[in-house]
Design a protein around this ligand. Sequence first.
Ligand SMILES: C[S@@+](CC[C@H](N)C(=O)[O-])C[C@H]1O[C@@H](n2cnc3c(N)ncnc32)[C@H](O)[C@@H]1O
Length: 263
Amino acid sequence: MAQDFKHLATALQTLDEATRLKLVELPRIIDEWLAPHGGLVGRRVLDFGCGFGEMAAGIAIGFDPAVVVGIDIGRGPIKGIERLEAWLGPGRLPSNLRLEQVTPGALGSVDPIDVVVSWSAVEHVAREALEKILRDLHARLAPDGVMMIQISPLYFSPAGAHLWPCDYGPWEHLQKSSAEVVADIAACAALNERQRKAVTEMFLELNRLTAPELIDLVQKAGFRVIRRHIERTDLTPPARLTDAYALDALTTEQVVLLLKKQG
Ligand SMILES: C[S@@+](CC[C@H](N)C(=O)[O-])C[C@H]1O[C@@H](n2cnc3c(N)ncnc32)[C@H](O)[C@@H]1O
């Protein structure tokens, strides 16, 4: 396995922690999960909702897949190529990496797919669209293919509003109306006008999936769960919320699923 990041040592020293996590740590975690199921070497990988493509790049650089295609409906893939070239140096982009901006519902150019990975993206897809995407991914996945989906933070968990730039407190979004949250974003000093608009849209579009709902959706699309990891918060939700919402939903921060085709 090509897990040698030494040639990137200089580039990695200049990276912030979040980027290093996506470029180095997440690909390692994915490789560890996939090892008993064919691994990453030589496989055709799709990163669904790749953002700037750091994780896709880390897989392409470190784990010798045949190809990694990162897809996103935003401009992340375009900006991501520029950013990766700036870090790695001209001409150092891995030849097995492609980042593609797609229209909603499209799955990019890799077909068939051996491995789908999706990190912190599925909670941003409207439920109806997600149901179709999961069915299409199932259809495009090779018979021995696997899919790994991670969501964090889940909507009903303490930071589920994804409003960390606005210093939102634990479960604050569940104790306010949507209009109040939108007003808080509009007043958020850490964001510029363009960011406020984007963050407002992002908040309103969160699909509010819980971990059991995600499991139900993937099973309905024909997948079988072969490994799952659930992380919970140590914080105690306010009584007002435990009266209204299931404790499990309020305290489950992260879900990670490894899935295979049924049968
Ligand atoms: C929070 S970002 C995560 C990006 C990346 N996975 C990461 O961890 O840095 C979620 C991404 O999902 C993308 N997204 C939402 N719906 C999508 C869809 N239908 N197809 C592809 N990407 C989508 C968004 O544009 C956004 O870039």
